[in-house]
Design a protein around this ligand. Structure first.
Ligand SMILES: [Zn+2]
Ligand SMILES: [Zn+2]
Length: 271
């Protein structure tokens, strides 16, 4: 099985939660035989007009400076696309539009990482709180699916990363209807989803979203999918892509998307 190997979800030292320079991430991608990667460093938006110490104009400028250096260095060896992972862009629609007017990205992920400005990772997962967290997560994701600016939704069932870490189930059945509405919104708005393989190497031990959600997306008429490792470390670039491609096939997809200046084109997954 040989696929066009493009990792559409990679972080570098630009992201506040990553420590490895872009050039080292590129080196790893090149060594692993990938043809293309997108650096989707974080850009978080906050509720109640809260301003962040990280996410501002200079942050994005720094991102493009690093990317240009890597593009020169890996010219002809590795295709480097520009991107961002927008967290909660629906909370600051004006600001996110302003950024997109000012900077041309190839690809944008839209994610929910925070509930009322607190990272999902930092919430307390207990018997008494876990249902409420799941409910709030999926409702926030529903809002993002209705009005956020992005190309593909990131790690759709991210709740399970944290729930599983604390020994709780993914609560898919409880939120199946909301998930269905989220997928319908994405399809109506011409937006896609990603298969994020980080879940496979974490406690959940499966990709985000699950095969069940991928099948639901297919059944609803979804066609737009990318595959990303969500690597914050060189060794995780392109990790478990064989599993991701197998999931795609099992769900009935034969294409993934490649993005240029936020225009998607389909690429066949080769046998
Ligand atoms: Zn994320
Ligand atoms: Zn990420």
């Amino acid at each position: 099985m040989e696929c066009k190997k493009a990792d559409y979800h990679v972080h570098s030292i630009i992201s506040p939660d990553a420590k490895v320079p872009m050039i080292e991430m590129c080196e790893s991608a090149y060594q692993k035989g990938l043809s293309e990667i997108v650096f989707t460093d974080h850009y978080e938006f906050y509720a109640h007009g809260i301003k962040s110490q990280y996410f501002h104009d200079e942050y994005i400028k720094g991102y493009f400076r690093e990317l240009e250096k890597c593009r020169e260095f890996f010219d002809g060896k590795l295709l480097l696309k520009s991107g961002m992972e927008f967290g909660q862009p629906h909370l600051e629609m004006e600001k996110s539009k302003e950024i997109l007017d000012q900077y041309q990205f190839d690809y944008l992920i839209g994610s929910v990482h925070k509930l009322d400005n607190i990272d999902l990772e930092k919430l307390e997962y207990r018997e008494e709180t876990v249902h409420n967290i799941a409910e709030r997560y999926y409702l926030e994701l529903l809002k993002l699916s209705e009005q956020g600016e992005f190309d593909c939704m990131g790690h759709l069932d991210l709740f399970k990363r944290h729930a599983c870490r604390h020994g709780f189930p993914d609560e898919f059945e409880r939120h199946e209807l909301t998930i269905r509405r989220i997928l319908k919104n994405l399809i109506e708005r011409g937006k896609g989803i990603e298969i994020n393989t980080s879940g496979i190497r974490q406690e959940a031990k499966e990709a985000m979203p699950s095969l069940t959600i991928l099948k639901m997306y297919k059944e609803l008429g979804g066609k737009i999918i990318t595959v990303g490792s969500d690597a914050h470390q060189p060794q995780d670039i392109g990790a478990d892509f064989d599993i991701a491609y197998e999931l795609l096939r099992l769900a009935g997809f034969d294409c993934i998307m490649s993005y240029n200046k936020r225009e998607a084109s389909a690429v066949f997954i080769e046998e």
